[in-house]
Write a protein that binds this ligand. Structure first.
Ligand code: AMP
Length: 286
């Protein structure tokens, strides 16, 4: 496995691999890797010849009062995990290499749909940071296929929007959410939870699952949402949102829609946890 920091060097290497006809699969990350990230590497392996990951804690996607400074940075352990998984190349730029003149004056890329609701409503500017850095990473890594987790469902849809609008020749694949034994979606931010909070955090999944059952039973969506919010508050969460939307455009769903997404974000102690489930009304629960 080769680890490279310099963007131009990484890009030249990728361009030469592509000239040799290699198919490149890419998994962008912010590090502090867990089995959720590594499951995306497995998907990349099934789709491509050369497997690339990036580790970059992107300051542009953090709000002023968010956890950029305290975000867990575990580069050595991350590289060991990526190597054990059979990753070929890892891109690990510094902030100065990505934003040489500062993120404030850097050229940005903004998807103008899907970004103002759900997480975008409480994290203004977040998705602009994501699309800007992912667009740069795509130009550096030159992937044929890139894999993003469905845990960040809105991010996945925003990236698909960017790729479609800007005609980027990249296939975007969504990987299923990997969970702890108690159902909590794995996240680098779970490390902020105390032991007691970790146990209680499993309520988020349970409440989403029971909402999914209620949707399948065609109960009124407004009632399902308000019941879920009350249950979350009773379990000690501070609710950011609990929404039932259409999978493809994240607009509010009604019971005529078939492909729904139940998505929630809530603080438990310090961290803000997110989770979701796709509900396909003709299918069984995923
Ligand atoms: P992050 O390092 O948090 O930016 O995540 C990097 C990628 O891993 C993103 O595409 C995430 O959606 C994905 N990811 C994070 N947690 C999980 C999980 N529990 N299951 C599947 N994918 C995940």
């Amino acid at each position: 496995m080769e680890v490279i920091q310099v963007p131009k060097q990484f890009q030249s290497l990728m361009l030469s691999l592509k000239q040799q006809g290699k198919k490149i699969g890419f998994v962008p990350t912010m590090g502090n890797l867990h089995s959720g990230h590594l499951s995306l590497i497995d998907i990349a392996k099934s789709k491509a010849d050369i497997i690339v990951a990036s580790i970059f804690v992107n300051p542009m996607q953090f709000g002023p009062n968010e956890d950029f400074d305290s975000y867990p940075r575990t580069m050595k352990a991350d590289l060991e995990k990526l190597e054990a998984k059979g990753t070929d190349y890892v891109f690990t730029p510094t902030i100065e290499q990505v934003y040489p003149l500062g993120k404030e004056v850097h050229t940005s890329v903004e998807a103008n749909r899907l970004t103002d609701k759900l997480c975008g409503a409480s994290r203004p500017g977040h998705f602009k940071g994501v699309t800007t850095v992912v667009n740069m990473l795509f130009n550096i890594v030159q992937p044929n296929v890139a894999i993003f987790g469905k845990k960040d469902y809105q991010q996945l849809q925003v990236i698909k929007t960017m790729v479609s609008d800007l005609l980027l020749p990249i296939e975007i694949i969504g990987g299923d959410i990997v969970r702890e034994d108690n159902g909590l979606a794995m996240s680098s931010r779970n490390g902020y939870l105390s032991e007691e909070e970790l146990n209680r955090a499993s309520e988020l999944r349970k409440i989403i699952l029971s909402a999914a059952e209620a949707v399948k039973n065609r109960l009124p969506l407004s009632e399902i949402k308000s019941n879920a919010k009350s249950s979350l508050s009773e379990a000690g969460f501070k609710v950011d949102y609990f929404d039932i939307v259409r999978q493809h455009d994240l607009e509010d769903a009604d019971l005529n829609d078939k492909q729904l997404l139940i998505a929630a974000a809530a603080w438990l102690g310090q961290p803000r946890l997110i989770d979701n489930i796709e509900v396909n009304l003709t299918d069984e629960l995923k």
